[in-house]
Design a protein around this ligand. Structure first.
Ligand SMILES: [Zn+2]
Length: 285
């Protein structure tokens, strides 16, 4: 009897390791473990996510070198808008598990934040020491390099310089100093601006100074220190931000019909439903 009980406990423990409790469906690859209830994810969707997940894992590992060796759990949580009207946002929880939400009717709508959240999960052990400006910038920078689709938030199919440029030329670009120093206060309330501007900044730094400079910064024990910008990029954040704004405006000016494309971006993509903040990160509407 006791032997049977011990066997049962061992069996339960093994199942718990292999599967997340509370979910109906499971799938596993070499480095990832998926769980979901949402049948939209089943079939072709999960096959593509398994393949993309392994592709992202390999690419992120190659860029970061030093990554968490644990298998990554990815929970596909169903529609982002919950029955009670609240919204779920892609994130990595305190156990290092990735939660993805579907921002539309098909399995494609899970994929917008997949690469981004995997970067966080693969640096999970660093989270207590995170400089959030740098970590968010890094996750966005890497996902721009490994998933060029620009499909999901905050691009919705538009080029980085068009999206960042339209905030700048309309004088709606929340200051990077505010985004960096007041991450907790402004990051989510001003998400349309914070995510696109920070992405564009790190994208520019990589293109201008070499992706290796950003990746070298990422390998420091406390990644994202002010002095590292000087050390790896040759300047402080503020002058780099001025230089970046000028470069984005230059590149925006070269996009044919930039202003009318920007109007479509602002009025016909999900950006239209998101609040806009002033330059200091206070919500305007
Ligand atoms: Zn993030």
């Amino acid at each position: 009897m006791r032997f049977a009980a011990v066997l049962l406990i061992v069996a339960c423990a093994t199942t718990a390791l292999a599967q997340e409790s509370g979910y109906k469906y499971f799938a596993e690859t070499e480095h990832l473990r998926f769980a979901w209830d949402d049948t939209v994810a089943s079939g072709e969707g999960i096959e593509v996510m398994k393949r993309d997940g392994e592709k992202y894992y390999a690419a992120i590992k190659k860029m970061l070198v030093e990554v968490d060796n644990k298998k990554i759990t990815v929970l596909l949580e169903g529609p982002a808008e919950r029955p009670d009207g609240s919204w779920g946002y892609p994130r990595v929880d305190s156990f290092g598990r990735v939660h993805l939400y579907r921002f539309g009717p098909t399995w494609h709508d899970y994929q917008g934040a997949f690469a981004h959240e995997m970067v966080h999960a693969m640096r999970f052990w660093r989270m207590p020491h995170y400089d959030w400006f740098f970590e968010e910038g890094l996750a966005e920078f890497i996902s721009l390099r490994i998933d060029e689709s620009l499909r999901g938030f905050p691009w919705y199919g538009y080029p980085v310089d068009l999206v960042a440029g339209q905030w700048i030329v309309r004088n709606e670009a929340i200051l990077l100093k505010v985004v960096k120093e007041e991450h907790k206060r402004v990051n989510l309330p001003c998400k349309a601006q914070t995510y696109s501007l920070r992405s564009a900044f790190f994208d520019y730094l990589g293109r201008q100074y070499g992706d290796h400079a950003i990746l070298d910064m990422a390998r420091q024990d406390r990644a994202g220190l002010y002095e590292d910008y000087q050390k790896y990029l040759g300047n402080l954040v503020q002058p780099l931000a001025i230089e970046w704004r000028a470069a984005v405006m230059d590149s925006y000016a070269k996009i044919p019909n930039a202003d009318s494309l920007a109007t479509v971006y602002r009025t016909q993509t999900p950006i239209q439903y998101m609040p806009v903040c002033d330059l200091n990160g206070d919500v305007l509407r």
